[in-house]
Design a protein around this ligand. Structure first.
Ligand code: ARG
Length: 298
């Protein structure tokens, strides 16, 4: 135990003052070093800081510029937003918008076609930089990806059937007991399950055009639940099809999906969309691409 006079009377006779000071300094230094090293939060804190820094200053734009290419994910089965033309190229409204984004970034555009239900995952794991697929921004999707401002507004879901069946199908109630075709992973599938789950047979397809359309023509399904734009594009081109009514869906039609936290990329995408909307170029893209689809042999 420490007693007053302990150093002078009992320790001092054994050691000179210099040795005592040295010992005290050495002990203090050792204790300090040990203390710092024992703080587990120092390295954890550093990685938190790094994390925060990359969130505040994301480098998605820089990386795309370094690659020299913007990779767009889409599901090319949904004319006139995206479809495969007679030459085998993926074309449509979303491709034209993506070209403008690539142009703004000063890079080439590459398109990866996959099933709609795989797009969010592809964005999450970095397989694609952006998704344009007439994708509706929903709260559920917003938990795992970010969305640009909307570039298209919708009348909601359109119920499409064969003309010969049209007079039997006038309302949601008429769909009870019917076979309903929807695309896997879409808001149309969600609507059908909510409105008619257990009351109708809901069949989910990976691809709408041509697969689900062929299924309707063959009679495998009675109706398709689609977005309003593809519904009117299909019915204009195929006189045997008709929109019988609209039900559910969302007014906000589509936005560009981006990786979560890609603020820098989102800024560029929003700027391009804003310019296209304000200049009237967006409406021109919609008109031209709809016409191209109607005139195409596909
Ligand atoms: N707007 C709907 C949704 O986001 C359907 C989009 C389907 N798009 C496509 N390219 N197949 O769920």
């Amino acid at each position: 135990m420490w007693r007053k006079g302990f150093l002078e009377h009992e320790v001092a006779p054994l050691m000179d003052k210099k040795t005592i000071i040295l010992l005290v300094v050495a002990f203090a230094a050792g204790a300090a070093a040990g203390y710092v090293a024992s703080i587990p939060t120092v390295s954890a804190l550093q990685s938190k800081v790094n994390d925060l820094q990359s969130k505040l200053n994301p480098n998605y734009v820089q990386k795309i510029k370094e690659k020299g290419v913007l990779v767009m994910g889409t599901s090319a089965d949904w004319p006139p937003f995206e479809y495969v033309d007679s030459k085998g190229n993926i074309v449509g409204i979303d491709v034209e918008i993506a070209k403008k984004i690539a142009q703004e970034l000063g890079v080439k555009l590459e398109i990866k076609d996959m099933k709609f239900a795989a797009l969010i995952e592809a964005l999450k794991n970095g397989q694609v930089d952006i998704v344009l697929a007439d994708m509706t921004p929903t709260a559920e999707r917003g938990k795992v990806v970010d969305f640009s401002i909307p570039y298209y507004f919708s009348k909601g879901n359109a119920i499409v059937t064969l003309k010969e069946k049209a007079d039997q199908i006038k309302s949601v109630d008429d769909l009870v007991g019917k076979k309903i075709g929807v695309q896997l992973g879409t808001i149309q599938e969600e609507w059908a399950k909510n409105a008619l789950g257990g009351k109708a047979q809901i069949i989910s397809y990976d691809r709408v055009y041509p697969e689900m359309v062929m299924a309707l023509k063959r009679g495998d399904i009675d109706v398709m639940v689609l977005g309003d734009t593809i519904a009117s594009a299909l019915t204009k081109k195929m006189p045997e099809l008709v929109i019988v009514f609209y039900a559910g869906g969302s007014r906000i039609g589509a936005a560009v999906a981006l990786p979560q936290g890609a603020w820098d990329l989102k800024y560029v995408v929003n700027k391009v969309i804003e310019q296209l909307l304000e200049s009237g170029e967006m409406s021109k893209i919609f008109e031209n691409e709809t016409l191209k689809w109607l005139e195409s042999g596909g």
